[in-house]
Design a protein around this ligand. Structure first.
Ligand code: NAD
Length: 334
């Protein structure tokens, strides 16, 4: 079956890592018609906006996208394309699997949990203003509707993937109303899923426990900001940002993208690790029902990880992005 999928290379290393993921997905034999559109800096230059309407129209039409990271100017310039996309397409769940692989040097082994991050509100609502010249306020928005929706999503994911526990992260001891509402929504939903264990954890304690014993966790559900921070922390536990994939999921639309950003420090040097983009591609293939092809790619990746000579620099090897991609394809051939 042919699948129409929107492809956005994005900025910086996006061009390199998404090219790698596309090449590998194409080699797997999946029948995909890529609808290639531009977002980010290049779109800003060409169309005067970093997120032209035809990009969101393409995703709405195809319902599936593979996207590279997009640079967001800090403290000035255009607002985050990622936040805008997630809001416009109502991609309310950000799903980030954190899994350790044999052969990859990492702080922890046998790690396998999923972070489910609420994607549409919290401090990312962008409601900020100056109070006079010397103070600024950002408004944290948490609603019952979005909180219950993300908690149910986390419990359903746990059931689907045969995971036994959901841990809800909050800071309700301090933000009694906003985080309190998120916590109470989780407690309410947990009653509907008595087959799944439920616990809650204050975000600072969670950070320490993840560093000490990440094997204790299976599904973590968090409001937007804590989910964002814990995702990068967790990527650090299993070998770095080059290994962490992600998906933004809405009612009928899914956008798959690596957790990492556009990494301007290494862009254009053929040294970025494309694994995170490839693993995002594997999630995409599973989502569209191409499970066998997804597993073929993952199997090849696992074999490559066992031999550092076939890996990129961040994994202890010396191969470039393109050469690493070729090794994976050679492994798939084998
Ligand atoms: P980053 O994730 O781009 O980079 C952090 C560090 O990790 C850098 O040292 C980088 O070299 C390294 N790194 C990241 N991905 C790597 C890979 N695949 N292989 C090897 N090393 C890798 O974070 P940043 O520097 O804070 O952000 C850069 C830009 O990306 C910013 O404009 C930010 O807003 C944007 N960003 C976009 C997204 C997205 O589009 N989803 C996500 C995060 C950050």
């Amino acid at each position: 079956m042919m699948h129409n999928i929107t492809l956005i290379y994005g900025d910086g290393i996006g061009k390199e890592v998404i090219a790698s993921a596309k090449e590998i997905i194409d080699y797997s034999g999946a029948d995909i018609n890529w609808d290639i559109v531009e977002a980010g800096y290049s779109a800003q230059e060409r169309y005067g906006t970093p997120l032209p309407d035809h990009v969101t129209d393409s995703i709405k039409k195809n319902r599936i996208a593979l996207k590279g990271p997009v640079t967001t100017p800090i403290g000035k310039g255009f607002r985050s394309v990622n936040v805008a996309l997630r809001k416009q397409l109502n991609l309310f769940a950000n799903v980030r699997p954190i899994k350790s692989y044999d052969g990859v040097d990492s702080i922890h082994k046998n790690v396998d949990f999923v972070i489910v991050r609420e994607n549409t509100e919290d401090l990312y609502s962008g409601v900020e203003h100056m109070v006079g010249e010397d103070a600024a306020e950002s408004i944290k928005i948490i609603t019952r509707k979005a909180s219950e929706r993300i908690c149910r999503f986390a419990f359903n994911l746990a059931r689907k993937e045969n995971r036994k526990k959901v841990t809800l992260v909050h800071k309700a001891n301090i933000m009694k109303l906003s985080d309190g509402l998120f916590l109470n929504s989780g407690i309410k939903c947990s009653k509907e899923y008595e087959d799944i264990q439920f616990e809650d954890m204050i975000v600072d304690a969670m950070s320490m426990k993840l560093v000490q014993s990440p094997q204790d966790y299976s599904v973590i559900v968090a409001p937007n900001l804590y989910g964002d921070i814990l995702s990068d922390l967790s990527a650090g536990l299993i070998g770095g940002l080059g290994l962490a994939p992600g998906a933004n999921i809405g009612e009928n639309i899914a956008v798959f993208e690596p957790v990492h950003g556009s990494a301007p420090d290494i862009a254009g040097k053929n040294i970025a690790n494309p694994t995170s983009a490839i693993l995002s591609g594997i999630m995409l293939l599973k989502y569209i029902g191409e499970v066998n092809r997804a597993e073929t790619i993952e199997k090849a990746l696992k074999e490559i990880f066992k031999d550092k000579a076939k890996c990129t620099e961040d994994l202890g090897g010396s191969l470039g992005t393109r050469e690493f991609t070729q090794e994976i394809i050679n492994q798939m051939k084998g």
